[in-house]
Design a protein around this ligand. Structure first.
Ligand code: IVH
Length: 670
């Protein structure tokens, strides 16, 4: 075979395999057996090894990741990732149109786009190569998820055409097609894994996976909808969308240029009817003023552009039958009732379950088994039972009675005065509580243990290898049992054990948060750790001493006292201490925490160079200051960064409120 024949064969294989991948992952309709697929993939891989120069950057051999990302790096967005003003009302759209007319006159157009229900992503290209992919994060900084995003077929890794600038950023929405979601979610259910509530959560969960090999197995797609360049390349958004499609990006074919708000509203009506025929979820329509000069003239508010708005479709409602109610037990023992429904199509998905919140909600609805109920699903929310059609109730229908004992372990349930939620008190013997507590301990915001996930904890518990948090620290002694676990290779085991070993260095405040004491969230854990400085003083603290700490009220104090009164908890703490975990606050934690800002209030606005808004808020709070959400006469300081909204600035100036920079703030603490 000549080189050109070989190249031809390789190109044909790339094309064919990519098509099979698309059929399999996106359409959920495999068109070839796994065996045949693997053979073709192997043929291609072999050719690529022999002729590395002929390798195509789009080759499916390049897309199966395998890197384990330890932790995502936080990256500052060059242009903040803003959200959009949104509305459910046509009148609001007409008012929006009127405001624009007042500002820029009558000569403008809208680009109408579908509002994809996924997660926004910022992609940076340098010299035609995908250099970086970053999540929205808090809008100012996001997580660098490049290795995961590189596994997405529809995002070009190398641009083939010409005409694109040396460096640019493009933003879009990463999402999962419904068919792929259904198939993969069913797989999860069959494997006993927790299913995702909707494709968006599945996509978001996937992008945040630590293992890009696993990401590659979960098909994602991405529509691109906004281009940022240093020098203006195009006059209008519409032109830029056409161009980026030519450069190889997936741009939605349903985008439409509309000459008037009436046209835009007609587009909204059309998709209101037809959106369920799409293969993916949308939750509304986005209107953008087309001309860049006009966009510039309209500018931004603190949070969103004045030249765009999103119209959101209202939650759909259907009637179906309540088959029964089951009760789920969470990590703190809270028992949540769930309505099991006769499957019904709602907003494009089959709904089988809906949340009922608590016993009061069951009472409010006056639920009976077999009732005909109305169920609603908003974009964000898990389906919810909103009311009962009592006209359809059968005479002998049985009232739904909230249980008195735990459905998982049989203990008597408790409900504290004034609280809506029932609890199972058997925290040491009730399986979902045991697993949930360990999952909380290893989670990112707590001990952030690499190489361990929720599913592994479940598997370890099922095998009898962990029952308490402290058991994690003796796992290394159980090499034989670990080796026998299915789908758990040598590498995963050593990653897990390394992660556990490293967690011994996590600061006291994280350990305290990880213990999962009821009402002790991250902030409370930080305050308590800084105040008491070590676990012994905390264990011995009286109620009065506890409530003297800023932000600790009676409910938290009682919960802490209850927790440390329990000998089993003290035994656990002792074991963890012996294992080498941190139960004394480090100098750094102590230095950071002071009362220097006590009694002072702050609003943080704009974008900062060195610190994110969250980090600034943490600093203020751990030094006794309070964060307010809006500017009023009560405010002491406005911490202002770049690109702050003019209205905030104006208000603060009017009220004579000192406007300080992040550096000034740090100086106040020095
Ligand atoms: S434009 C400044 N276009 O909706 C421009 N956003 O509420 C901001 N979204 O964070 C975004 N489809 O995640 C734009 N066609 C579309 C969109 C879209 C979905 C999401 C995006 C954004 C959120 C804004």
């Amino acid at each position: 075979m000549s080189l050109s024949d070989i190249k031809q064969r390789m190109d044909a294989l790339v094309k064919e395999l990519n098509q099979h991948n698309y059929n399999y992952y996106v359409l959920a309709q495999p068109s070839i057996s796994d065996f045949e697929f693997d053979q073709k993939l192997k043929e291609l891989a072999d050719l690529e090894t022999q002729y590395p120069d002929l390798q195509d950057s789009d080759s499916p051999t390049q897309k199966v990741g395998g890197d384990i990302t330890k932790e995502f790096q936080t990256v500052k967005h060059r242009w903040p990732m803003l959200s959009l003003g949104n509305t459910y009302s046509e009148q609001d759209l007409r008012d929006f149109d009127e405001r624009i007319r007042k500002a820029i006159g009558n000569d403008f157009q809208y680009v109408c786009e579908l509002k994809f229900d996924g997660l926004s992503m910022s992609l940076t290209y340098e010299n035609g190569k995908l250099a970086r992919a970053v999540t929205r994060g808090d809008g100012t900084r996001g997580d660098d998820v490049t290795s995961n995003i590189k596994t997405i077929n529809r995002i070009p890794k190398n641009l083939r055409s010409t005409g694109f600038p040396e460096s640019f950023e493009i933003r879009g929405e990463v999402f999962m097609h419904r068919a792929a979601f259904d198939r993969l979610n069913n797989d999860r259910i069959e494997k006993g894994e927790v299913p995702y509530a909707n494709p968006r959560n599945f996509a978001a969960g996937t992008v945040k996976l630590q293992d890009s090999g696993e990401v590659a197995k979960r098909p994602l797609d991405c529509f691109l909808y906004f281009l940022y360049t240093d020098k203006p390349l195009f006059k209008t958004h519409w032109e830029s969308l056409q161009a980026v499609a030519d450069w190889g990006f997936h741009v939605c074919e349903h985008n439409k240029l509309c000459a008037s708000i009436d046209d835009a509203i007609a587009f909204i009506h059309y998709w209101g009817e037809n959106r369920f025929n799409l293969s993916y979820d949308i939750d509304g329509i986005v209107l953008k003023v087309n001309n860049y000069a006009q966009q510039h003239e309209l500018g931004f508010t603190a949070k969103s552009p004045r030249w765009a708005i999103s119209y959101k479709y209202k939650a759909e409602e259907v009637e179906t039958v309540l088959q029964n109610v089951s009760y789920q037990v969470g990590r703190t023992g809270a028992v949540t009732p769930v309505a099991n429904l006769k499957p019904v199509l709602l907003a494009g998905t089959t709904v089988k379950r809906a949340t009922l919140h608590n016993a009061n909600e069951i009472e409010r609805l006056g639920l009976h088994v077999g009732d005909s109920v109305f169920v609603e699903k908003g974009g964000e929310i898990i389906p919810k039972v909103i009311s009962v059609n009592t006209l359809k109730r059968t005479p002998n229908a049985e009232k739904v009675i909230y249980p008195t004992v735990c459905p998982e372990c049989g203990s008597n349930l408790l409900r504290k005065e004034g609280e809506a939620v029932h609890y199972c008190p058997n925290d040491e013997g009730c399986p979902p509580q045991i697993v949930g507590k360990i999952q909380h301990f290893i989670s990112r915001k707590a001990m952030n243990i690499d190489g361990l996930g929720d599913e592994t904890i479940e598997a370890l518990y099922r095998k009898g290898l962990v029952e308490h948090i402290s058991d994690l620290y003796t796992l290394y002694e159980k090499a034989d049992e670990l080796n026998q676990m299915e789908r758990f290779g040598q590498k995963s085991i050593s990653n897990m054990l390394d992660g556990i070993e490293r967690s011994k260095q996590m600061p006291f405040e994280k350990v305290l948060f990880g213990l999962g004491i009821r009402y002790v969230g991250e902030t409370v854990a930080r305050k308590v750790a800084a105040y008491f400085k070590n676990i012994d003083s905390l264990i011995n603290a009286s109620y009065d001493e506890l409530i003297s700490v800023d932000e600790i009220g009676g409910r938290i104090a009682e919960s802490l006292i209850d927790y440390f009164e329990e000998p089993r908890h003290l035994e656990q703490i002792e074991k963890l201490r012996l294992a080498g975990l941190q139960f004394v606050a480090e100098e750094r934690e102590l230095a950071l925490a002071s009362d220097k800002l006590s009694g002072k209030t702050f609003v943080i606005s704009g974008v900062f160079e060195d610190l994110s808004r969250d980090e600034l808020a943490n600093i203020i709070e751990s030094n006794g200051g309070k964060i307010l959400s809006s500017i009023s006469g009560k405010l002491n300081y406005l911490v202002a960064g770049d690109n702050m909204g003019p209205s905030k600035l104006e208000k603060a100036t009017k009220l004579n409120i000192p406007i300080i920079s992040d550096k000034d703030l740090l100086n106040m603490l020095a």
